[in-house]
Design a protein around this ligand. Sequence first.
Ligand code: 1CP
Length: 358
Amino acid sequence: MSDTAAQLQPHPVRNSVFLRACRNESVPHTPVWFMRQAGRSLPEYRRVREGIPMLESCMKPELVKEITLQPVRRHKVDAAILFSDIVVPLKAIGLDVDIKPGIGPVIANPIRTKEDLRQLRTLEPDDVPYISQAVTMLVEELGATPLIGFAGAPFTVASYLIEGGPSRTYERTKAMMFGEPELWSHLLERLADITATFLRIQIEAGASAIQVFDSWAGTLAPRDYRQSVMPASQTIFRSVAQYDVPRIHFGVGSGELLGPMGEAGADVVGVDWRVPLDEAARRVPPHTALQGNLDPALLFAPTHVLHQEADGVLNAAHAAGDRGHIFNLGHGVPPTVDPDVLTRLVAHVHETSTRSAT
Ligand code: 1CP
């Protein structure tokens, strides 16, 4: 085959069902992947992670490759997501951060003053060689299955940095946002820069979509999100726009923010289980694809109920009109779920959406 003919062949990843749906193109069936699809629900994950602390495992490319591939092999999902964490870039620039089992990220010296900001230098590709290595190996191994790269959005990462760990109320975070707007915007600008670099590294190594997790932005009123958070998130989406890879933007409890989260520059908006997808479609900008949004708690319900509710998600996506839909949960896979339930759910969504497409 000549070089030109090779170029004319449809690129298998570019033409994958997942990427087609992200671009609002027609698909033979609805693509499926699950947030937190790699992790403790899988016995093979628990086996390979044994004795290796979470952040250390994110820095071992061979292990990252294996863990990322596990749910693809087992569940036949339509996309892989890089095994990493939103605090990996912070660790890489020298912050004293740890992921404590059963708790989550814990920051030894929280960022609360102008002086504390000095801890946040810029991220360089050399700080995370294991990320490009893992992505390169994965892209090779995954063949036609796309790899999603990801990062935490400035608000969500800032909440860990300011609170020092997970929070339910975000009191110190909001106190800084409302009370010290200048310090707040400097913090968010630095985080936007780090996040954008982290995403670019993944894209340049071969990730074919990215997801920005603003998991905890749902705690904000739309006015405050627009004024104090959206500009930094916008910077990130703008800084990866030239790559032509779909950009997914997700938050929990973000029903009131779906409009601005789409406007921030997303091609796909991830929706949690609280807003039906046809309603979400009315809230996001035109041409934005939707991802979601089965309640993860349904994974513990009887199969016929789970599958009926999954059909409800597919119907709502159909009612959302002429836009792409990627089936996902409304948030991450709970660690205690029976993985066979997920495997059967993927098959069910594939089968049902194939039938309803004909
Ligand atoms: O030892 C373990 O298994 C620790 C559990 C764990 C895992 C498997 C943590 C700690 N992080 C991860 C991996 C991870 N983190 C992925 C893997 C890729 C996949 O989806 O398969 C992803 C996408 C993340 C991103 C992440 N980390 C987010 C955004 C997604 C979300 O769930 O909203 C957030 C908020 C974090 C912080 C974090 N890291 C770990 C935990 C338990 C938490 C949440 C803590 C809290 O409740 O605040």
